[in-house]
Design a protein around this ligand. Sequence first.
Ligand code: 8YV
Length: 334
Amino acid sequence: MSMSAAKPRILVARAIFPEVLDALSQHFDVESNQADVDWGPEELAQRLLDKDGALTTGSVRISAELLAACPRLRICANMAVGFNNFDVDAMTAAGVQGTNAPDVLTETTADFGFALLMATARRVTESEHYLRAGQWKRWRYDMFCGSDVHGATLGIIGMGRIGQAIARRGALGFGMQVIYHNRSRLDAATEATCGARYVDKETLLRTADHVVLVVPYSAASHHTIGAAELALMQPTATLVNIARGGVVDDAALAQALRERRIAAAGLDVFEGEPQVHPDLLTVPNVVLTPHIASATLRTRRAMAQLAADNLVDFFACGTVRTPINTPRPVARRA
Ligand code: 8YV
């Protein structure tokens, strides 16, 4: 870009780290949303009308309608590894580059998956509520007995980077037998590194003591776990969802938990979040967290920085670090 050229205009659609915003301001004419106002689709489209790029988070929907209304837009950089908030086909057709934020959050998210697994199996929040409510009067031999994590069978559905990081924790740290199911089987070397064995979904659900979901959300993964799948699981089994709301049928899960058809669940993501199915709020045997699996300051900074780097690289040299599509070349107005 020559010194005299106008800077590209970008919209940072949600509040982010001020230092990342400052860095972006050196390259772009930036409109930001540090007040973190909940813009509806129409206001978002209006604000994007004169923008060349956007930095989005998982809650910002980039739809075909919005793209049609904003022909100037050339890139949307998501501060998330998942990008089911993007209509990727529509972006590709409209010549809009999409990027995500993989890798930088893998280990942090796997840590949280394990935290949720431990809290669920060992009934950490349920027993804390009991204590805080002043109900703890005496120790009892069977008080809040849960199930062991060490040495148990861990079933992972979705064996991408985060699934593999969870598998390593289970196999190497906790001596677990790790089984997994994935669209495609991993190569033998990766299976060996993860200490994981491929099985079909039904075998996984029937066999695992603890099931962890780490699949990206798509039409194909919608309700990967519903009433039929829950019925296959052992009554002592636990289920953890750190993938996306919609991968689990939350109503069916709440019913299974209430009827103790599985022992417990740990959920960081929900269908229609931040709304949570009301039945999940009333069953005791579920650990609920507000979509915080990647939430360490270091990792969230790295995610924001990667999204910012994608924007800078795109306008500086036309390439990006973590593309999710190859946009169709389209003529643009100057
Ligand atoms: C984000 C996530 O916190 O990266 C993802 O896909 O789900 C989380 O790490 C969230 O999407 C905000 O962008």
